[in-house]
Design a binder for this molecule. Structure first.
Ligand SMILES: NC(=O)c1ccc[n+]([C@@H]2O[C@H](COP(=O)([O-])OP(=O)(O)OC[C@H]3O[C@@H](n4cnc5c(N)ncnc54)[C@H](O)[C@@H]3O)[C@@H](O)[C@H]2O)c1
Ligand SMILES: [Zn+2]
Length: 383
């Protein structure tokens, strides 16, 4: 555990029913706002509640929506370029992690000094020059709370995280309306992503008292709500709890960091374009089983805090019960657990190991050291 720690959070967060009504006060003094989004969000009717409030407040806007899910850095740059020629002085992101990350990058790249390509090598040099407001529509990446933006880098066949505290949003609106109709498949994979954030941050080397508070509350909310939130369209309170849980897990990332699940999942997104939440779900249990001996006390603490009703168990029993709970969730949500379903051939094993081992930024957070041989065994389990 870290002995020194810090926490940076968005300056203002609005949550709860109709919190979108606070939009007008967030936009005071704004001349023209850029609304970053994508076609899926527009198709789901989620732009309308935002735009109608902007019209009521007489705030001019441009919509920037030409963004695929999990963009490459060039695709994200194209949207940033469109933003730069729009003359907007404020950024609103309405979407999942793909949209929020691109909007966050735009806030650093509004001057001509840096493009996203440069930030891959020198993430900390750029400064935010445009304020950002995040309205997440998945629950989720927690990108509304983190200093990270993840882009695919095709030449490396990897996804790469750009981390700069300046990217932490100025304002966040967590309105349940935005996630109430999330399709089950997206709710399941993005929900497991949030679960991974919570458990990885709690069991990582960078865990600390600040991150533990948020990681454990996130874990409690996610473990006890994810199944119903995904299964039952009417389970509004469970969906709200997932929205809160994914936001708290995002704060835990800012204070701590993810570990081997995310590290080994980056090549799966980068090379095979498997959705981020799905690739994490595939790796969650193999990595957690690998970590169990090193993280037993932490898993047992998670049991004490998050599992109800409790049984009389020793430390190992509690640890295994937490692993079983997570395993049950991944199975219940019918997320694929094998790479075979994505056409990944067994011959690609060595390439995966090489690419995964490059993600040392996250692997060094893992409490149990991950060698290339360990990574090979973990990938073999899911091939
Ligand atoms: N910045 C961070 O801290 C962080 C953390 C984790 C993941 N990420 C990144 O975020 C990206 C993934 O984001 P995501 O999982 O939120 O998915 P996403 O943003 O890629 O969206 C996936 C699809 O779901 C659709 N969608 C989103 N919300 C919807 C809704 N309410 N109703 C209907 N359709 C909806 C989108 O249109 C899109 O087609 C990846 O690039 C990942 O690497 C970033
Ligand atoms: Zn993630």
């Amino acid at each position: 555990m870290l002995t020194q720690y810090s926490l940076k959070m968005p300056k203002q967060v609005f949550g709860g029913e109709n919190s979108l009504d606070r939009l007008a006060e967030c936009l005071q003094g704004v001349k023209k706002a850029a609304v970053f989004t994508d076609a899926g969000i527009e198709g789901a009717g989620l732009l309308e509640p935002v735009l109608s409030r902007m019209k009521n407040a007489d705030i001019p806007y441009d919509i920037l929506k030409d963004l695929p899910p999990e963009p490459t850095y060039s695709q994200a740059q194209a949207l940033v370029d469109a933003f730069k020629s729009s003359g907007c002085d404020y950024i609103i992101a309405v979407g999942g992690g793909s949209v929020m990350d691109t909007a966050k990058l735009a806030s650093l790249c509004a001057t001509d000094e840096y493009g996203i390509r440069e930030l891959l090598d020198e993430p900390l040099k750029a400064r935010k020059t445009i304020k950002t407001l995040m309205i997440p529509t998945t629950a989720g990446t927690g990108a509304e709370a983190t200093p990270n933006a993840i882009v695919a880098v095709p030449e490396k066949e990897l996804k790469v995280g750009i981390v700069n505290p300046e990217m932490i949003a100025d304002t966040v609106i967590l309105d349940p309306e935005m996630i109430k109709k999330l399709p089950r498949k997206i709710a399941a994979s993005t929900g497991v992503d949030a679960l991974c954030h919570a458990i990885e941050c709690f069991t990582g080397n960078k865990a600390n008292p600040f991150s533990d508070i948020f990681a454990l509350e996130a874990l409690d909310l996610i473990l006890n709500n994810i199944e119903k939130a995904c299964d039952d369209p009417e389970a509004i309170q469970e969906k709200i709890n997932m929205q809160l849980g994914s936001f708290y897990a995002g704060i835990a990332i800012t204070a701590s960091g993810t570990t081997a699940v995310h590290a080994l999942s980056y090549p799966l997104g980068g090379k095979y374009h498997i959705a981020h939440g799905v690739s994490n779900a595939i790796l969650l249990m193999p990595v957690m089983r690998f970590n169990e001996s090193a993280c037993r006390e932490k898993f047992a603490a998670a049991y004490d805090r998050c599992i109800r009703p409790k049984k009389h168990l020793d430390t190992e029993g509690k640890s295994n019960a937490v692993l079983e709970k997570m395993d049950g969730i991944v199975k219940h949500l019918n997320i694929p657990t094998s790479l075979a379903e994505f056409g990944v051939p067994k011959e690609d094993l060595e390439g995966l190991v090489k690419a995964g081992m490059e993600v040392q930024r996250l692997l060094t957070n893992n409490m149990r050291e991950v060698t290339a041989e360990d990574a090979r065994k973990i990938y073999q389990e899911v091939l």
